[in-house]
Design a protein around this ligand. Structure first.
Ligand code: BG6
Length: 485
């Protein structure tokens, strides 16, 4: 097993210059800046407090109702790939227990729930004839959510590529992008009568770099730099094609976005030179992901750094990649601290010293201001109509006490501080409209299997018993009060 320490360690890119527009301070987000009169951190009326899960991580039921195999079924069954040889075969059995889990959501007061659709439940081999039973499952989930007053947010790809497509070179094959768009359009056509917001993909960076470069996620490949750059290009292209397919098939008013784990470049010290450095770094560190999706071109520094390994692309593809979005979802966990630097790129990424505090996962450094700076800089650089925090959360060691209570004080500390910094961004006019805790339930955490728990609800994997942790009580209170009182 490779150490999960490398989970979020990313290649550094060479820098370039950036333009920026400033964010109005205390721009109106409602009738007045939220919390301004009382000094409490109260979020705007209608703010969508939610939580998130993903298909392979919670569903189980991998052989049911015509679901086709995915790269995670294959990968997790290979020896030495996942901690303790865990697989998502059963996971937390959400496929059969979703009603109970939605009741838990309701009890927490959740206004929204982000889930993903398993492509291979809809198209078992990735394309061809749709499997009606697969769609039915999600249709029932959506009905149950709506009956409980919870708004569904639907992700179309959270890393579980149909194995049949990987057998034809997966994301290295340009045809996979077309198949993804067809699947996305089909689902949006069927579900947009009840789902208003779709996200094309979850964390392109993660599935490209961990799955195809570092080989620690499915499909477990370690491709050359040139092949990774090309498949990365096809992945962002697939996102753009899917945006267009969803718009073409969905009901008017349907909103389309993405859930991106932007590198949350955060100034080490909040002074002008370091803030400028973090702004430049935001563009360059995310050049082949959010930057190209927003700007329709790769930065010069990115192309120069890759040289002969740079992706081949057409101008038509670049236009499609930059298809307009209704919102940007950001998954924010840890900061990438940046400082001003004399080098031509104008910034340096600061490596965390060994003493830097982190959560139970070694990669998950605690830096709450990351959520403030990421939302603020993304807004400043790319001016999205709306932003959502599509994931934020933390792993804890979570040992139940004798009476079953889980007192996850560290997770509460983490959430409180990140939510506070999110309020700071909103109070400055950054248009963040909702926040999703990762995760509702303990679940299959990819290469970590069941060894790392991110849920605000504890799951006893032997009995499937769900027990809300203290962090669930904390979050319920945040939702009930509309913020941090
Ligand atoms: C996010 C993913 O990157 O982080 C989730 O979107 C994932 O699917 C979460 O579970 C935690 O990451 P990990 O690798 O520790 O399971």
């Amino acid at each position: 097993m490779k150490s999960s320490f490398s989970r979020r360690t990313f290649a550094r890119l060479v820098g370039a210059v950036v333009g920026s527009a400033s964010v109005p301070l205390f721009a109106a987000t409602g009738t007045e800046p939220p919390g301004s009169r009382t000094g409490r951190m109260i979020f705007p009326e209608g703010f969508l407090w939610g939580s998130a899960t993903a298909s392979y991580q919670v569903e189980g039921g991998v052989h049911e109702d015509g679901r086709g195999p995915t790269i995670w079924d294959t990968f997790s069954h290979l020896p030495g790939t996942v901690a303790a040889g865990d697989t998502g075969d059963v996971s937390v059995d959400y496929y059969h227990r979703y009603k109970q889990d939605i009741a838990l959501m309701k009890d927490l007061g959740l206004r929204s729930y982000r889930f993903s659709i398993a492509w291979s439940r809809i198209f078992p081999t990735g394309s061809g004839a749709p499997n009606a039973n697969g769609l039915d499952f999600y249709s029932r989930v959506i009905d149950e959510l709506l009956a409980n007053g919870i708004e569904p947010f639907c992700t179309l790809y959270h890393w579980d590529l149909p194995q049949a497509l990987q057998d034809k070179r997966g994301w290295e094959n340009r045809d996979t992008a077309r198949a993804f768009a067809d699947y996305a359009g089909y689902v949006a056509g069927k579900l947009s009568d009840r789902v208003r917001r779709f996200m094309t993909m979850n964390e392109i960076r993660s599935f490209v770099e961990l799955g195809y470069q570092q080989g620690i996620h499915a499909p477990g490949l370690k491709l050359s730099a040139a092949r990774v750059a090309q498949l990365n290009h096809y992945a962002v292209f697939a996102h753009g094609l899917a945006v267009q397919a969803i718009r073409a098939a969905a009901r008017p008013g349907t909103q389309v976005g993405i859930a991106d784990n932007v590198q949350a470049t955060t100034p080490l010290i909040e002074t002008a030179p370091h803030i400028e450095a973090a702004t430049r770094a935001m563009r360059e560190q995310n050049a082949q992901y959010l930057t190209v999706i927003r700007e329709g071109r790769y930065t010069d520094a990115y192309l120069q750094r890759l040289g002969a390994d740079a992706p081949k692309f057409t101008l038509e593809e670049m236009k499609i990649i930059a298809s307009p979005l209704d919102f940007i979802g950001l998954n924010i966990y840890q900061p990438t601290y940046v400082r001003a630097d004399e080098s031509p790129k104008g910034y340096a990424v600061v490596n965390p010293p060994a003493s830097f505090p982190h959560m139970y996962s070694p990669w998950l450094y605690v830096g709450p201001e990351a959520i403030y700076w990421a939302t603020k800089l993304v807004n400043q650089l790319w001016n999205p109509k709306e932003l959502y925090i599509t994931e934020n959360g933390a792993s804890s060691s979570d040992v139940p006490e004798n009476d079953g209570t889980v007192v996850d004080s560290d997770r509460i500390m983490y959430l409180r501080n990140y939510i506070g910094q999110l309020h700071r961004a909103i109070s400055e006019g950054v248009p963040v409209k909702g926040y999703f805790v990762w995760s509702l339930l303990d679940n299959f955490e990819w290469a970590d299997g069941y060894a790392k728990r991110f849920g605000i609800v504890y799951v006893d994997y032997a009995t499937q018993k769900r027990t809300p942790k203290m962090s669930a009580a904390f979050y319920r209170d945040v939702i009930a009060r509309g913020g941090l009182a």
